[in-house]
Design a protein around this ligand. Structure first.
Ligand code: DAH
Length: 349
């Protein structure tokens, strides 16, 4: 009897002494395995008979159950310890602030672009989009720019290492004006042969490129072209449309406009549109914001239209310039420096 108690005590002590599950299984084998201590005692029963055998058998069984209980307890304890260890190793600091979700924001120039589209749509203009890699004819020739026009020089224009079907090099468009040609030609072709053609009323915003870089010029910048062609469209209409646009864009009426005579090959007469705020920090300073004019008869002909019948105006304005005036930004390069402290101001939550 004592000998059985000792055996249980020894097994318990051995189980407690190990701290690896594999070692525990080895210890188990020494008691419950095929050649374990308890198994050997069971075998010895064969030598006994009758009550002595039954009694001894019951005692050995009790001892065996005690060893199995001790084994199971140690197994559970080791599994629990391992779990705790793993949890500690993977501990997360729940007091850290979350990473948050950044939705991104609208760039101030794009914000102006969207406003310009919205304003012109509201007065019946379409919005057209076209290629940034343009051919020489559409960017220059169709717009009545002579071969020796300075805009064609290597110093002013980014040429692309590709040629069009006439052997002329392709280029990054130097203005959005070629969209006048593309849009009006498509419009004229669509209505060819009809008794009357609906008016062309379109703006074409987009990126433009010139070899130019300082506080007020960037090699890539944005313009929006405007074109209104009908049978009775005059410079008075241009003045009305552009004045209404500026009032809507700046959300104020205290703006004075000036149409200053100028020269562009694709308009005659041509003007620079200057504006002036009548109040506020920029009060009283003339600011040049757009070129404009009555579309030159040669250009109307290049639209595929008859200049004796179709007449109208065009304008081309810089989106950066308007954005700088709207928000009071002094240096155009800030738009493209990628500084979040600058950009986030236009996307207040
Ligand atoms: N394309 C001219 C430029 O980039 C701007 C311009 C002037 C556009 C007069 C026009 C216009 O449509 O009529 O400097």
């Amino acid at each position: 009897m004592n000998e059985l108690n000792d055996l249980v005590d020894r097994a318990q002590a051995e189980f407690l002494a190990v701290d690896q599950p594999a070692e525990l299984e080895n210890a188990k084998a020494r008691y419950l395995g095929k050649s374990g201590a308890l198994t050997a005692l069971m075998k010895d029963l064969a030598a006994l008979t009758g009550d002595a055998r039954r009694e001894r058998g019951a005692q050995i069984n009790l001892a065996k159950q005690a060893v199995e209980r001790a084994l199971q307890q140690r197994r559970d304890a080791l599994a629990e310890a391992e779990l705790q260890q793993r949890l500690a190793a993977q501990a997360i600091d729940v007091t850290l602030p979350g990473r948050g979700q950044h939705a991104g924001g609208v760039h101030p120039v794009v914000r102006s672009w969207m406003r310009i589209e919205e304003i012109f749509r509201s007065i019946g203009f379409e919005v057209a989009d076209g290629p940034e890699i343009e051919d020489d004819w559409t960017n220059f020739t169709a717009l009545n720019s002579p071969q020796n026009h300075p805009a064609r020089s290597m110093q002013d224009t980014f040429y692309v290492d590709l040629k069009d079907e006439h052997g002329q090099p392709l280029l990054l468009r130097t203005h959005t004006s070629p969209m006048q040609v593309r849009h009006a030609r498509a419009h004229a072709a669509r209505h060819a042969g009809a008794a009357a053609m609906p008016e062309v009323r379109v703006i074409a915003p987009g990126r433009t490129y010139r070899v130019d870089s300082d506080a007020t010029h960037s090699p890539m910048f944005h313009q929006f072209e405007g074109l209104w062609i009908g049978e009775d469209v005059s410079l008075a209409d241009l003045k009305g449309v552009y004045t209404g646009f500026l009032h809507a864009f700046f959300e104020r009426d205290d703006i004075t406009l000036r149409f200053r005579p100028s020269y562009f090959p694709f308009t005659e007469p041509s003007a620079e549109i200057d504006m002036m705020f009548d109040s506020g920090p920029l009060r009283g300073r003339w600011l040049e914001i757009s070129g404009a004019g009555q579309v030159h008869p040669k250009v109307v002909r290049n639209f595929g239209l008859d200049p004796e019948r179709h007449i109208g105006f065009a304008f081309g304005s810089g989106i950066e310039r308007l954005t700088m005036l709207r928000y009071g930004i002094g240096d155009l390069r800030q738009f493209y420096a990628g500084d979040l402290r600058f950009l986030e101001q236009f996307n207040a939550a």
